[in-house]
Design a protein. Structure first.
Length: 301
């Protein structure tokens, strides 16, 4: 495998974005000339490249991934014309899957939570501090406990109970709330398993934080399982949600050391601190378009 990176980052604005830049993400079969073609296209239309990251799984027959950030001030085309020209001139000949995001536009992040507050509060705080360049149109929960926290930060809060035997009804209500209002969804310790139908219909990426260093201790009560096994390291994993429970592409992970002196409550306390920081890093990477999915893995620039 090969990895290359060049960095010349612009000064960020107070909200964590670079308002006059765009980010181009590409994945395609690797072949000669991709970087040259993309660079030449941007140069020919007056765009100044600020950062370029690329990775190939194999230079001969592998898959190629690229994230390129460029300045818009000198661009000689409008956005729609620029995207059409790139598709016709570069993307189609190279068989690219690609997308572009204009950094001045904050992504809309909806959050689902239950009763645990640590991940939700951390995201709300980072957004208020300008560390996450997002709008939050909605926090939805199957319990009312966190309403005050969300509304204190000026974020709308909706309660969608999940009653026994009526899960499908609750998911339909969630879909009604989310549809057209968000670019991605974060599960901030939302203690419900989302159905495959929901994931297909919501139509945007869903990021989950799992209180375990996956693939170890999947499912419920991982801290109890860790204590029973006498582990010396516990962790947390942020991943994209798929129909396969706790098996989606991993975005971010971290661990902390524990000892025989730590009981279950201590593991939970340490673990929650890891959960919130891992989730925040994963969300930030997604917001900044640093994550490309490669099957059941990710490339994170």
């Amino acid at each position: 495998m090969t990895d290359t990176s060049t960095q010349a980052r612009p000064q960020a604005d107070p909200q964590g974005g670079a308002p006059h830049t765009a980010r181009l993400l590409i994945s395609c079969p690797d072949r000669h000339g991709i970087v040259a073609a993309v660079s030449q296209f941007l140069f020919s239309h007056g765009a100044n490249i600020l950062t370029s990251d690329q990775h190939s799984t194999d230079p001969e027959g592998g898959r190629f991934f690229m994230r390129m950030e460029f300045h818009l001030a000198g661009l000689d085309l409008g956005r729609a014309e620029f995207e059409r020209a790139f598709e016709e001139t570069v993307a189609r000949p190279f068989g690219m899957e690609w997308r572009v995001w204009y950094a001045a536009q904050p992504k809309r992040m909806a959050v689902l939570a239950s009763r645990y507050d640590h991940c939700l509060l951390d995201l709300l705080w980072r957004r208020r501090r300008g560390e996450l360049h997002v709008d939050i149109p909605l926090v939805a929960s199957n319990h009312p406990d966190l309403r005050g926290d969300a509304e204190a930060m000026g974020v709308p809060f909706e309660v969608v109970p999940v009653e026994k035997g009526r899960k499908a009804e609750a998911e339909r209500r969630l879909l009604d709330l989310l549809r057209g209002r968000c670019d991605f969804v974060v599960l901030a310790r939302y203690m419900q398993i989302l159905s495959g139908d929901f994931l297909r219909e919501v139509g945007v990426p869903v990021i989950n934080i799992h209180h375990s260093f996956l693939p170890a201790f999947v499912g419920a009560n991982p801290y109890r399982s860790a204590l029973t096994r006498g582990v010396k390291i516990i962790g947390a994993t942020a991943h994209y949600v798929t129909e396969d429970l706790d098996a989606g592409p991993i975005i971010e992970q971290d661990v902390a050391r524990v000892s025989h002196r730590d009981d279950h409550d201590a593991l939970v306390r340490i673990g929650r601190d890891i959960e919130r920081t891992v989730l925040a890093r994963a969300v930030k990477a997604h917001v900044e378009d640093r994550v490309l999915v490669d099957g059941n893995k990710t490339v994170v620039f």
